[in-house]
Design a protein around this ligand. Structure first.
Ligand code: SF4
Length: 179
C-alpha cells in the first residue's frame, strides 16, 4: 500500500487558511493518472489501466486518511471528503462516521452523483440509498473523460451517455491507430 506524505499539502492548507480561504476540498490525484484508484477506487478499470494490487477499501482508507489530515490542518475551515462512490449504498454510513469523528465536515459525491443524483434526497427522506440506482464503479465515465468527451453515467443514464461513450472511444481508438 502506498504511503501518503502529508508535509506539503499540510503546509499549503495552513497557508491558504491564513490567507482567508473558507472552504476546502481535497483529492489524492486525478482520473487521467495511470493509477486512477488513488482518487477514484473502482471494480473495473479503464482501458490500458492496470488492475491495482490493493483492494478498493485500501484505496478508500488512504483517501479518508488524507482528508482527515487536511481537516486537522484546516482547523475550523470545513473540508469536503471524497472517495465514497465505491461503497455504493453503504456510503452514508461511512460519511456519517467520518463527519461524526471530525475527519471532514461535508461529503462530496462524484461518480455517485452521475449515477444517482437523488442519493442525498433518498438518504434524507427514506433513510437509505437504493442499491439498484448506485454507481457500480465500472470506469466507463472515466473512459469518456480519458477519451476527451463530456461525461456522465453510461450505466444509469445509458440513453444519453452510451452513444457519447461509443463516439469518443471510437475516435480515441482511431487517433491511437494513426499515431
Ligand atoms: S459510468 Fe456510471 S456506474 Fe460506471 S463508474 Fe461512472 S458513474 Fe459509476
Amino acid at each position: 500500500m502506498w504511503k501518503f506524505d502529508p508535509s506539503e499539502p499540510v503546509r499549503l492548507v495552513k497557508d491558504m487558511v491564513k490567507e482567508g480561504v473558507g472552504l476546502l476540498s481535497n483529492s489524492g490525484g486525478n482520473p487521467y493518472y495511470i493509477y486512477p484508484q488513488v482518487t477514484r477506487p473502482f471494480d473495473k478499470s479503464s482501458y490500458g489501466i492496470p488492475t491495482p494490487e490493493e483492494h478498493p477499501l485500501e484505496s478508500i482508507q488512504r483517501l479518508f486518511y488524507l482528508t482527515s489530515v487536511v481537516q486537522e490542518a484546516a482547523g475550523d475551515v470545513p473540508v469536503v471528503g471524497n472517495g465514497y462512490s465505491w461503497l455504493r449504498n453503504f456510503l452514508p454510513y461511512a460519511a456519517a462516521a467520518n463527519i461524526k469523528a471530525g475527519r471532514c465536515r461535508f461529503v462530496g459525491l462524484g461518480r455517485e452523483s452521475f449515477a444517482y443524483p437523488d442519493a442525498p434526497a433518498d438518504v434524507l427522506k427514506k433513510g437509505a440509498m437504493d442499491p439498484n440506482k448506485c454507481c457500480i464503479t465500472c470506469s466507463l465515465c472515466t473512459q469518456i473523460m480519458r477519451d476527451h468527451g463530456t461525461t456522465g453515467c453510461v450505466i444509469r443514464n445509458s440513453k444519453v451517455y452510451m452513444p457519447i461513450y461509443k463516439k469518443f472511444n471510437a475516435e480515441a481508438v482511431e487517433r491511437e491507430h494513426r499515431s
